[in-house]
Design a protein around this ligand. Structure first.
Ligand code: ZN
Length: 255
């Protein structure tokens, strides 16, 4: 029991937008129509620890994205370092970086955090180094091959601190994880990452189109829904453009 430790707030840090095919969003759709989706990072402030959930795109990937993707939107303010600056932080002030998984739009900014503890599931870390051919384009070694960085590799659900709990949520990838944050006023929130792209995925139990194991992805979605129901919490999906319009953006916070 860590007396005095308290979760104080949750900040949404927008990291731009990209285009994505509906067939990539929904397992049972075959439409190549593209939709604009947000790229999200989140910061959890506790009384003594700063925890970042996901790091978005690598800054060096942004020019190519803007050249090749007509739906991409990325401003100077969308850079993660500028979003952190909005809440008065530099990368070195972040104690823990929780990576939902190591896809390029979640682990792209990990290199910004040489002083932080980088936290991923062991299975994700090893798969990312030797992915199946169909997943190679989602994993860039430069994003997570970081000599001298401190990794903490987990094996399943883990309470990081009182009120901040990692929930294993495989399926989209072999070692995906989500984060349950118990806020003092707003109540519990589950940051799903790509275990739940949109609210529609939770509501209608739809599996992501980009998926390593669709059956496990469905089990994880149900697990997150069950936990949300039991703790009377809310699901904050990973890439939902409609939800994103309703999100309080940093420097505002969910308290
Ligand atoms: Zn992903």
């Amino acid at each position: 029991m860590m007396r005095g430790m308290a979760v104080l707030g949750l900040y949404a840090l927008q990291n731009g937008f990209m285009g994505f095919e509906r067939s990539g969003l929904f397992y049972d759709e075959f439409s190549g129509d593209r939709v604009r989706i947000p790229i999200a990072c989140w910061l959890v402030r506790t009384s003594d620890t700063m925890i970042l959930f996901d790091t978005g795109l690598s800054p060096r990937a942004v020019p190519g994205l803007l050249r090749n993707d007509p739906l991409a939107r990325f401003t100077e303010e969308d850079l993660l370092i500028h979003r952190l600056d909005l809440v008065g932080l530099e990368p070195d002030n972040v104690d823990m970086v929780v990576l939902s998984h190591l896809h390029y739009d979640h682990a792209g900014g990990a290199a910004l955090f040489p002083k932080s503890e980088l936290i991923a599931q062991k299975d994700e870390y090893s798969y990312a180094h030797y992915p199946s051919s169909f997943f190679e384009s989602f994993y860039y070694r430069k994003n997570f091959e970081l000599p001298g960085y401190r990794w903490r590799l987990l094996d399943g659900d883990t309470e990081l601190l009182p009120g901040v709990t990692i929930l294993r949520s495989d399926g989209h990838t072999p070692g995906h994880q989500s984060l349950l944050v118990e806020l003092p006023e707003s109540g519990p929130v589950i940051l799903t990452g790509d275990a739940c792209y949109w609210h529609e995925h939770a509501d209608k139990e739809r599996v992501p189109g980009v998926v390593w194991n669709p059956t496990l992805a469905l089990h994880s979605l149900r697990k997150l829904k069950t936990i949300a129901r039991l703790v009377r919490g809310r699901i904050f999906p990973g890439h939902d453009p409609i939800f994103w319009e309703t999100v309080k953006q940093a420097p505002d916070a969910y308290r």
